[in-house]
Design a protein around this ligand. Structure first.
Ligand code: SAH
Length: 244
């Protein structure tokens, strides 16, 4: 299965332990990501980083080392800062899954940076102020701080799942979801049928069609499934549609 390419950049700020840098490179390569930026790492390059990369040396070798955070994110229209701690002045907090969805939504705008902080003190408030969103990995609030590489691993895994899913058919054996115009034709067919059945009162429609839209949009039917749904509606209407 081919994974669609990604515009995600992982940025590590002031990392103390080179082993963590290696472990991050490994986690990234496992999940099909390559773009690693290191902002003023304490010790780098380092044999320990290479050892912990365990074969992801190419990701390490390609890492861009920057003197400050500005340089690492200057070309990124979307910047997300990872932090376990809620701050006094919060930017909107997103789960890993929500972050990945946000990144996908804005993919056409340019690279997205996901910024991870120092092992001992995390990201400063000034650094978080540079971010549009905060990535907060759900954890036990009594012990919220993950190891740096573990936090990156959670994010890149979620990112991988979404990309793998995007490259797949929506259901096990189905084809691509039908386009929006086809869904609209289905909804007007459905609405008309429900009116003829007397199930939907056009004078008092309430939220019925909105709820049905939510249901069928979630299912993302492919062309075969759509043909079945339309066939059912046609059969219902051919029988006189009920009370009218
Ligand atoms: N002691 C630091 C945490 C450092 S952990 C603090 O209190 O902030 C190193 C980095 O891993 C953090 O800066 C953050 O980028 C990331 N991280 C760790 N746990 C996280 C979590 N639950 N959610 C989001 N990012 C997390």
């Amino acid at each position: 299965m081919s994974i669609p390419s990604s515009n995600v950049r992982i940025v590590l700020v002031n990392t103390t332990h080179p082993g963590n840098i290696g472990a991050v490179a490994r986690a990234m390569k496992n999940m099909g990501l390559r773009e690693l930026y290191l902002v003023d790492p304490r010790i780098y390059p380092s044999a320990e980083a290479t050892a912990r990369a365990s074969g992801a040396d190419d990701v390490l070798a390609g890492a861009v080392v920057c003197a400050d955070l500005n340089r690492a994110i200057e070309d990124c229209p979307l910047v997300i800062g990872a932090s376990a701690r809620p701050r006094a002045i919060d930017c909107p907090r997103l789960s890993p899954r929500e972050c990945v969805a946000m990144i996908a939504e804005r993919a056409s705008e340019g690279p997205a940076a996901v910024v991870f902080g120092r092992e001992h003190s995390g990201l400063s408030n000034a650094e978080l102020d540079r971010c549009h969103f905060q990535l907060a990995i759900p954890v036990d609030p009594d012990f919220p701080s993950l190891n740096l590489a573990a936090a990156v691993q959670v994010f890149v895994y979620e990112h991988f799942l979404a990309r793998a899913g995007a490259g797949q058919a929506p259901s096990g054996e189905g084809g691509a979801a039908v386009p929006a115009a086809e869904m609209e034709r289905f909804y007007s067919h459905l609405e008309q049928t429900l009116i003829e059945l007397g199930f939907l009162d056009p004078a008092r429609p309430r939220h019925l069609m909105r709820r049905l839209r939510r249901l069928y949009n979630r299912a993302r039917p492919d062309q075969n499934e759509m043909n079945i749904l339309r066939g059912i509606l046609t059969a219902v209407r051919a029988r006189g549609g009920g009370r009218r």
